[in-house]
Structures are given as C-alpha cells and as structure tokens.
Ligand binder design. Structure first.
Ligand code: ARG
Length: 463
C-alpha cells in the first residue's frame, strides 16, 4: 500500500531508514487509545458536517471491527504499517473502503499521537494506583498484626531507639501514599486534549473540540496548538513519579533484604518469593526484593532518557518525540510486575518477633535515661551528658546499661534513684512516645485508622 505521506516522494525509503523510522514495533500498544480517539473524531467530523452521518457510521463500525481484531489478538501488522496510526487507517480502508480516507480530515498524526499518549497514560495511572494500593494494603495488614511487636529502630544503620514493626510498615505506607497522590496529580494535567491542534496550527474545519473532549473523557482542551503537539511533560512527569516510586520501593526492598539475613533474622520470606543457589544448597535468596531494588535503576534511566530527549527540542513537533514511548512502556511494565510481586512478598512474609526483641539492647534506652533525669528537673543537655557517662561506665565494666548497680548510678549523679531500673523496659519506652505519629500502640492505632481511611478514600474515588 502507498505511504500515507507518499505523494511528494518518487524514490523508495532506504530499508534501514525505514527500520529506524517505524514505530509500530512498540507503539502498537496504543491501539485501544488510537481507536477510541478515531471513533470520537469520526463523530466530530459528522457533527461539523464534513462527512455524512452514514459515513461516520461506517467509520465507527469499521473501527469497532478493528478493535475486536486487536482484542482477540487477530490483528495482523503489515510490512508497510509505519506506526499504530497508519496501521489502523490501512486496516480501516480494507474493511470500509475509500470512506476511510476521510477520517484523517483536519487531523495530523501529531495531534493524534499526543492524544493517544494522554489516553494511554491516563489508563496506566489508574492501574498503577490500584497496584500501589495493593502494596499499601499489605503493609497495613502487617502493621495491624504488629502494633506491639518491638524491634530496634535504626539511624545510620546503628541501633537507635525501640520501635514497633507496625511503625516501620506504616512509614512505607505513607511514603507510597505520596506516590499515589503524585499519580493523581499527574493524571489531572495529563487529562487535557490536544486533538484539534492539527499538525501544529489548529484544525481548519471548525471541529467542536469541547464535545470531542467530553466524549473522550478529557476535562479540558489544550489552549495552544503548538504547545499541544510538542508537549510531553506528562510523560516526563509520569516517568518521574515512577522513578521516585522506584526509589521508594528500592529502600523498602533494602530493609527487607537486611532483615531477612541471618545476622538480623527479623523476617522470613515465603518460598514463593525466594530462590535458591545452584551451588550452595543452604541458600535462600531474597531475589524478589533484590530485583525490586535493582529495577530502580532503569526507572531513573527512563526518566533521564525522556528529559534528555526533550531538552533543546525546537517548537513544535519533532520526530525525536517518538522516543518517548519505549522508556514509558518500560517503566510501566517494570512496575506492573514489581508492585504485585512486592504485595505478595509482604503479605506472605513471616515476622520473627523473638529475633526482633532479642536485637534490642538496653543501651537503646540511654535516651530514656536522659529523659528520666529531665523528668526530675535537669536540663536536657546535662541529662544527655550524664546518660552518656553511664553508657561509658557500663561499657568500661563490660556490663549492659541495665546492669549498673544502684551505687554506680548514684555515683554518677544524686538525681539517680532506685527507680532508674523502671526505665529499662522497652515497651514502656515505646508507650511514652504517644504523640500523633509516635510509636506508642495507642498512637499507632490512631495512625492505622488514618491510613485505612486514606486507602478507602482512594479506592472509592478510583472505582
Ligand atoms: N510515530 C510518531 C510518534 O510517535 C507519530 C507522529 C508522527 N508524525 C509525523 N509527522 N511524522 O511521534
């Protein structure tokens, strides 16, 4: 079949040039968006009186048949199908005849591809949000079960203060909540329709863009035709949101990898999410988490690729922009695999509460010792210093902090009394941190209610 743009050409395209130029290999994934856009556009053409109702009916029917072919996996790509737009148009002509040639009236592949991409991203963000919510829901369930499960909290990977496993789970819950928010925010800016911008200067046939937008579920139409065909900010934004999500997932994965090591032994992964070694029979490796961690690299890379491609592009459409697709698809594919695996791994991991508890060291209550003195009226700086001296003394004697004698405490300061022993209770330390957002079981239960309400709200809005 002749090329869509073949009119002014007399010589054949070079074979390798064609390979470089064709995008059908990857943009075939836009088929659903492309058919939806064309269906709405056929109706808009009829409304503008450019084609008859009957012709619009034929086009819509033909497009419906093509959709069925794609859905059934029966659509056959031909060697001359340059991209998804030409493939659909070529097939439409085979089905409905010459009237197919009227579909592209006033439209360019420039406003068409921008429209397809926005429709596609809009859908993709919906899937991402629901996959993310499944991970959050797994975190929430683990948190509910471990409001009183004590474990060491770390800064600098050094034992810092006692926390609970619930608090750890919820930390990641809120991190991911911001990701969901970001996708929602990105969806708002994505949901603007470029169709009607033509190649770059606008549609000359008086298409009613508002009705067209409504039909396609867009909340607004682009206000500038040049901007409409040259803007890929929504792709870059979506890729940034994916990259930052990837960074978050990578941090979560890293914690779990550490916690599943023999040295920590805090958690055990289900066999369903671990693999063995071909050499060492005893090994159980946290591959799922290592891959979640590793995938952050390509998510960041895909963002970098698109930002670099966009940088310095002159107004308006340039073929460079065809390079927005593979990075986008790759990031979406990466997440659509890693998120469900992560949710599964979180849902099935086993928490070894005794190991967590055993990793608590009374020295982690040194802050509580200082707080004991503060409650007796000492300025915190002085209290901090005295608690530090107690730690040094215990260390020099080869004792745990809670093994100092009453006399030894008294020698450090007259403010220490026999009741200093009551400080050496990890659960008490946690209970005392009872502010909003703190680790006390009461505060964490309130946090759990906030988290559950947040999740319900998102799920309700996206259903
Ligand atoms: N495959 C192209 C892309 O993804 C479609 C738009 C082509 N437009 C053009 N004037 N060649 O960007």
């Amino acid at each position: 079949m002749a090329k869509l743009w073949g009119g002014r050409f007399s010589a054949e395209t070079d074979a390798l040039m064609k390979q470089l130029n064709d995008s059908i290999r990857f943009d075939i994934r836009l088929w659903e968006a492309d058919i939806a856009g064309s269906t709405a556009y056929a109706r808009a053409l009829a409304r503008a009186g450019l084609i008859t109702r009957r012709e619009a009916g034929q086009l819509v029917k033909g497009l419906r048949a093509i959709r069925a072919e794609f859905a059934a996996g029966r659509f056959v790509v031909q060697p001359d199908d340059e991209d998804i737009h030409t493939a659909v148009e070529r097939r439409l002509k085979e089905i409905v005849g010459d009237v197919a040639g009227k579909l592209h009236t006033g439209r360019s592949r420039n406003d068409q591809v921008a429209t397809d991409m926005r429709l596609f991203c809009r859908d993709a963000m919906r899937t991402l949000r629901s996959d993310l919510c499944a991970v959050q829901s797994a975190l929430l369930n683990q948190a509910r079960a471990h409001v009183r499960t004590l474990m060491p909290g770390y800064t600098h990977v050094q034992r810092a203060q006692p926390i609970t496993f619930a608090q750890w789970c919820l930390a990641y819950f809120w991190m991911l909540a911001r990701d969901v928010d970001r996708f929602q925010d990105c969806a708002r800016r994505t949901n603007v329709m470029p169709l009607g911008a033509g190649a770059l200067a606008g549609n000359p046939f008086g298409i009613d863009r508002a009705t067209l937008a409504q039909e396609l579920g867009f909340v607004a139409v682009s206000q500038n035709s040049l901007d409409a065909v040259s803007d890929r900010d929504f792709v870059a934004e979506l890729l940034f949101d994916c990259a930052l999500l990837g960074v978050h997932l990578s941090r979560l994965a890293e914690d779990l990898i550490l916690y599943s090591s023999a040295e920590f032994g805090f958690i055990t992964f289900s066999d369903a999410y671990a693999t063995g070694s071909s050499l060492m029979p005893q090994k159980k490796n946290p591959d799922a988490m290592e891959l979640v961690r590793g995938k952050a690299g390509r998510l960041i890379g895909n963002l970098t690729a698109v930002l670099t491609m966009l940088k310095g592009l002159p107004m308006s459409y340039n073929k460079d922009m065809q390079e927005d697709k593979e990075p986008l698809f790759d990031s979406l594919d990466t997440l659509s695999l890693t998120l469900p695996v992560l949710a599964g791994a979180l849902n099935t991991l086993c928490v070894n509460a005794e190991r967590m508890r055993a990793a608590l060291d009374p020295a982690m209550l040194a802050t509580d010792v200082a707080e004991y003195l503060v409650r007796r009226g000492l300025p915190f700086r002085e209290a901090h210093h005295l608690a530090g001296r107690a730690v040094a003394l215990a260390e020099s004697k080869g004792l745990r902090l809670d093994q100092l004698s009453e006399q030894e405490w008294r020698n450090l300061s007259e403010h220490f009394a026999a009741d200093i022993q009551s400080v050496f209770d990890f659960a008490r330390s946690v209970d005392l941190r009872d502010v909003v957002g703190g680790v006390s079981p009461r505060a964490v239960r309130a946090q759990l209610r906030q988290a559950a309400a947040w999740l319900r709200n998102v799920l309700r809005r996206s259903s």
